[in-house]
Write a protein that binds this ligand. Structure first.
Ligand code: B3K
Ligand code: ZN
Length: 845
């Protein structure tokens, strides 16, 4: 298939006023009858009438009531149409029960549901399936199932049918339909202007007991969006449905969000603290899309970051407000570095707004989402909170009802601030992570910071221009007092100097406070300075960052020089662990958040060394034992102090304590043979404690009884079983990881058609770095075998998981050869999908 290019965008030839759809549901022979009112788009050059359509059986078609015979291909149809407005009618037959790709209309556990973003609506009926064609939808569903849902407000219903009308014009990717035997958990919300909204979360029987937290998160999201962005909900009803088989996390369909059940269902017994937090975030994210995505949508899929970057930024702000801002910023930076920096460093690097794609589903990436959110954060830092709020208000009034572009978005900032956004726009068009090198000097009371920036070439972009980078800094005196509070420097040139006068002695700089830009800082600081910042920095992010940099330095020296971990680092950890003035969640991030094995591999590679995944793995094992030994006098006290009495609460305070307590537990388990973990397992009354204990036991090579017990207790709970699968793969020693995967894929509860289960096993496997990278290539082959099997069943999920191979160029010739061979074997598969083919081609480029 040919790539499509942003520069080739042309407006749609025909616009749609309204759409009427009738669904006669049946597992293998669903009929979809459509009636669509078209008119010629005055802004379009072409008059060719083309409707997308894939895997549809066209029964008949009419224009203005007269039967026609369109030219049908695999991708859609064309026919002659009148010059003036006309009515298109058609009936198609589709087969939801055999739709394992989970795109379009499909079935999951006997219920019907849809996933249309990005281009799934064309698998439901013939239509101009592009986001700049917006229309008002009326939907009739005919089925004997008790719950029949679509977008908008319910109108009439009766035995065997229900009708819905969505007054807000929307693109086809926001269409949704659900039909099933589902139980609602209901509540009500009154908007700021006094409008009552009915809220429902629908789940399968048995799961209705696990919807309360999501419902509460929804109400908090609705209130937050009113208070912080002035955005109210705009329909009489808001429905959410939990679905077990789902490719993504969730989907923001207008008035009818459809969720992967992993991001809705939670009870203390079955969900971890991390699950509760991500449910809160995803509920908020999808809800926030109602304005940033639905009321204002994207002109074309190149503009995906317009809605995703902004909505991620909004959900990050929300989580920061609900929980701890500092901890949230650390978690977001950790995730950005793990996924987005990695993407930027390899063959899959692409700009936040890509310029071309073959399969848009391959561009729902960390770059579009998370770097897209960082770009919004930088805009806010550069223009300030007030101007940001003004710009957003203007965006909402000016573009309500539009299918907009990044140019439109930047124009509101230009109009509100008078600032030229030309250079800033490079954040959208230029791929790669800028690297900032910091040097400094001190003379006659003047401190000079010199910053230089460089972005390395990425595929298709050999030369990079300097970007606008907000660098927040602070200066500390050697006694730990802050002499210059947080100040925003704007780096716009390749190299720039910033001076600070009137200082009595050379300060210690704290650079990129709050992680003010998604960049890599090269700053030669010695161990002592890092330990100083870990102890004294007033910026919580940089305090954590100093600890993280120390840990990285320690691991690097252990790997390259085979030395013992620096005691200054171990003492620093002990001091943090002991500091009861610090939020437990924050302490947990410093003590528990070690650099990733993958980061160490990348660093070694950048130093011109060849990383050995097994040596890196062993270094971490040694380091963790050393930390456990060094902290052994305090961990039992911390462990005891972090036990939360009373009944379980998922709130940030209690979760933070459990998080630190479980770090203490994992350290203690390195030394006590699993005694404490076994006890915690036996007494746990919530999944956070139970799973942490099981994980600690398995990690020490024990836990056979608990593993069996966990299975017996939870085998009927799909989401808990996903954890059972994943924890075994994640904790397996490298040499056992492939065997663990092989035996788990033979387990009766392994089902590759369920994306959560497939990811629990094969996704956890690529996360077991040393196991995946075994020198004999067995890991690569095993993953390739499974991707070849999965591809014809579910190309989207298969394509996404090929990213495990994206760092192949870092490794030795032997591993490279094994990885390339595995990729080529996938590429030669005669049944290969366009999704996977595009990914492998880019990976091998
Ligand atoms: N907009 C959806 C993404 C759908 C994925 C399509 N392959 C979820 C979200 O970002 O909210
Ligand atoms: Zn989104």
């Amino acid at each position: 298939p040919q790539p499509i290019y942003l520069k080739d965008y042309t407006p749609p030839a025909y616009l749609v006023d309204d759409v009427h759809l009738t669904f006669q549901l049946s597992p293998n022979t669903t009929r979809v009858i459509s009636r669509v009112r078209f008119c010629k788009n005055p802004d379009a050059a072409s008059a060719e009438f083309f409707l997308h359509g894939e895997d549809l059986r066209l029964m008949w078609a009419k224009i203005d009531g007269v039967s026609i015979a369109p030219d049908v291909t695999e991708k859609g149809l064309t026919c002659d149409v009148p010059a003036n407005a006309f009515t298109w009618e058609a009936e198609v037959e589709i087969d939801p029960a055999n739709n394992t790709a989970l795109e379009g209309l499909y079935m999951s556990n006997g219920m019907y549901c849809t996933q249309c973003e990005a281009e799934g609506f064309r698998k439901i009926t013939y239509f101009p399936d592009r986001p700049d064609v917006m229309a008002v939808y009326t939907v009739r569903i005919e089925s004997d199932l008790p719950v029949l849902l679509s977008n908008g407000n319910p109108t009439v219903s009766g035995a065997g049918f229900a009708e819905w009308h969505d007054p807000w014009p929307k693109p086809s990717y926001l269409f949704a339909l659900v039909a099933g035997d589902l139980i609602p958990t209901s509540d009500q919300f009154t908007t700021a202007s006094g409008k009552d909204v009915a809220l429902n979360i629908y789940a399968r029987k048995g799961d209705e007991t696990k919807c309360a937290y999501a419902l509460d998160a929804l109400k908090r999201s609705m209130t937050w969006d009113e208070n912080v962005y002035g955005r109210e909900y705009d329909l009489d009803i808001f429905n959410i449905v939990a679905v077990d088989d789902f490719n993504a996390g969730a989907m923001e369909n207008k008035g009818l969000n459809i969720f992967n059940s992993a991001y809705v269902l939670a009870s203390p017994e079955t969900a971890t603290d991390a699950n509760f937090e991500s449910i809160e975030a995803v509920i908020a994210h999808e809800y926030f899309h109602n304005w940033t995505g639905n009321r204002i949508t994207c002109r074309d899929w190149f503009q995906l970051c317009l809605k995703e970057g902004l909505t991620v930024f909004r959900d990050q702000q929300f989580t920061g407000d609900m929980r701890s801002k500092a901890v949230k910023r650390i978690d977001d930076a950790v995730a950005l570095r793990a996924y987005q920096f990695r993407e930027d460093n390899g063959p899959l690097a692409h700009p936040v707004r890509p310029e071309s794609f073959v399969e848009i589903n391959n561009f729902y990436t960390a770059t579009v989402y998370e770097k897209g959110a960082e770009v919004i954060g930088m805009l806010k830092r550069l223009v300030g909170d007030e101007k940001y709020a003004e710009a957003l208000d203007l965006y909402f009034t000016r573009h309500d009802g539009d299918a907009a572009t990044i140019e439109d978005w930047l124009a509101v900032f230009e109009d509100v601030t008078g600032r030229d956004m030309t250079q800033f726009k490079r954040w959208y068009t230029q791929a790669g992570t800028p690297r900032i090198t910091v040097t400094d000097s001190f003379e006659n009371g003047t401190y000079t910071l010199k910053l230089t920036q460089e972005t390395r070439p990425t595929p298709g972009q050999p030369d990079k221009k300097p970007q606008v980078i907000p660098v927040a800094i602070g200066l500390l005196a050697p006694d730990g007092t802050e002499v210059v509070p947080t100040t925003m420097l704007e780096l716009t040139e390749d190299a720039q100097s910033f001076t600070f006068e009137g200082l009595t002695e050379k300060p210690v700089p704290s650079i990129l406070r709050d992680f003010s830009a998604p960049v890599i800082i090269n700053h030669d600081q010695d161990t002592k300075t890092r330990a100083f910042l870990l102890a004294h920095d007033t910026d919580p992010f940089n305090r954590w960052e100093a600890g993280h940099a120390l840990a990285t330095e320690v691991v690097m020296r252990m790997v390259t020089d085979d030395v013992a971990p620096d005691p200054a680092f171990l003492d620093g950890l002990a001091a943090v662990m002991r500091d009861d003035n610090l939020d437990p969640a924050f302490r947990a991030r410093i003590v528990g958040e070690m650099p990733r094995q993958d980061d160490i591999a990348q660093r070694l590679f950048e130093q011109g060394r060849t990383p050995d995944p097994m040596a890196i793995y062993r270094t971490f094992e040694t380091l963790k034992v050393q930390i456990a030994l060094h902290l052994q006098d305090i961990t039992p006290r911390i462990y005891a102090a972090m036990q939360v009495p009373g009944s379980y609460s998922p709130a940030a305070d209690a979760a933070g304590k459990r998080s630190l307590g479980n770090i203490a537990l994992s350290l203690m388990s390195r030394l006590d043979g699993g005694k404490q973990a076994a006890q915690q397992y036996a007494t746990a009354d919530n999944m956070t404690q139970q799973l942490a204990a099981l994980s600690a036991l398995l990690k020490q090579g024990g836990g056979a009884d608990q593993r069996a017990d966990f299975f017996q207790q939870w085998r009927h709970e799909k989401l808990v079983m996903d954890k059972w699968f994943a924890v075994q793969v994640g904790t397996a020693a490298p040499e056992d990881a492939a065997a663990t995967v092989k035996s788990l894929t033979k387990h009766p509860l392994f089902d590759m058609r369920n994306p959560n289960r497939f990811r629990a096993v094969l996704g956890a496997f690529s996360g077991n770095a040393a196991g995946f990278h075994m020198a004999d290539g067995s890991g690569y082959n095993l993953l390739a075998d499974w991707l070849i099997k999965l591809d014809p069943v579910n190309p989207q999920t298969a394509a996404r998981m090929t990213t495990a191979f994206d760092s192949w160029k870092r490794y030795d010739a032997n591993r490279q050869a094994h990885m390339v061979a595995a990729l080529q074997r996938i590429l030669k598969n005669p049944e290969i999908s366009g999704d996977v083919a595009e990914m492998i081609t880019r990976l091998l480029d």
